[in-house]
Ligand binder design. Structure first.
Ligand code: ADP
Ligand code: F6P
Length: 330
């Protein structure tokens, strides 16, 4: 049942939180939720530190000024957290109770799949929920875009370019590990953008390290001076791999783990605009009386999906991009 429908738009109160790993552009999404919410006649309340702050009732009124001067900022002004208590039915019931106690009829959750599972649990407790895809990993199946991907990708690309410079000077092999949890989207895109010789992603890698070693030796014979391998985080053990490759090829090999810098920084134009549009879309969905939805960008259009259906979808790497990356790494 849509709890919100009992009230008019004028009386509706919308809560907004950010959850899971932060992503550049989350602030732009919060800003859009607050400002478009006000335009729609809603009251908006911010909830700090995701579900953790919700369970601690860290809830405050927001207005257009609360989100001034944040569109260009990385991180999230609402802070974020991972909240184990929300995984349990008692935590979910308590969270729904607190939302109702604070008069919050609808909750906008900016985060990834895990955060949507929390939102789904709240919808079963009678709260209207809308999810906005906010994660650098691009690993949400129902959408072709997630907030933060473009900024993280550009950060990774710049870092890889820099490692390439020193790798070339020293005629070394470099393994560069990028983020992405179990997904290889950042690895694939940054690998193409930087002309990497190898892109290792869990979705495609057969864990045959000998093939990589043979390839390095062959390319060395053909006159290649450096060898860049991009490891998706899920592959793991980049330092161990560097040692093994150096021992087997005789080519000095170093590993660089780019890490958290991919999650920070001022969002790119693409992230700011996508986040603004997705925040606006979340409010539109609530104003239409819909609930249990996820905002998505699919085939060039902003749309929305049922959370349960979206969570059942599977996402793979883009096959065309994968094939192109294989052709280019000669
Ligand atoms: P993301 O949202 O980026 O996927 P996480 O997987 O860490 O990040 O999830 C963020 C938070 O969402 C978790 O800390 C937890 O509070 C909540 N969450 C995750 N999975 C579930 C679940 N199965 N049921 C309820 N809440 C969940
Ligand atoms: O989901 C975003 C992400 O940065 C992943 O790429 C990474 O695996 C994970 O979060 C790291 O999470 P934490 O901040 O808990 O170390």
């Amino acid at each position: 049942m849509a709890y919100m429908k009992k009230k008019t738009n004028e009386a509706m109160t919308v809560g907004v939180l950010t959850s899971g790993g932060d992503a550049p552009g989350m602030n732009a999404a919060v800003r859009a939720v607050v400002r478009c919410g006000i335009v729609a006649g809603f009251q908006v309340k911010g909830i700090r530190r995701g579900y953790t702050g919700l369970l601690e009732e860290d809830i405050f009124d927001m207005n257009a000024r609360s989100v001034a001067d944040i569109i260009q900022k990385g991180g999230t002004i609402l802070y974020t957290a991972r909240c184990p208590e929300m995984m349990r039915p008692e935590g979910q019931e308590k969270a729904a109770f607190i939302l109702k106690k604070h008069g919050i009829d609808a909750l906008v959750v900016i985060g990834g799949d895990g955060s949507y599972r929390g939102a789904l649990a709240l919808s079963r407790e009678g709260i209207n929920v809308v999810g906005i895809p906010g994660t650098i990993d691009l690993d949400i199946a129902c959408t072709d875009y997630t907030i933060g991907f473009d900024t993280a990708l550009n950060t990774a690309m710049e870092a890889i370019d820099k490692v390439r410079d020193t790798s070339a000077s020293h005629e070394r092999c470099s393994i560069i590990e990028v983020m992405g949890r179990k997904a290889g989207h950042i690895a694939l895109w940054s690998g193409i953008a930087t002309g990497a010789e190898e892109v290792l992603v869990t979705e495609r890698y057969d864990y045959d390290e000998q093939k990589i070693i043979d390839n390095i030796i062959e390319k060395k014979k053909l006159g290649k001076k450096l060898h860049i391998i991009i490891n998706a985080e899920g592959i793991g053990d980049s330092n161990g791999m560097a040692k093994r490759i150096e021992a087997a090829t005789g080519l000095e090999t170093r590993a660089t783990i780019i890490g958290y810098m991919q999650r920070g920084g001022s969002p790119t134009c693409r992230d700011r605009v996508m986040a603004s549009a997705m925040g606006a879309k979340a409010i539109e969905i609530l104003a239409e009386g819909k609930t249990k939805r996820i905002v998505a960008w699919k085939n060039g259009v902003f749309c929305d999906y049922d959370i349960e259906e979206a969570l059942e979808m599977q996402k793979d790497l883009n096959d065309d991009l994968w094939e192109i990356s294989r052709k280019l790494c000669r």
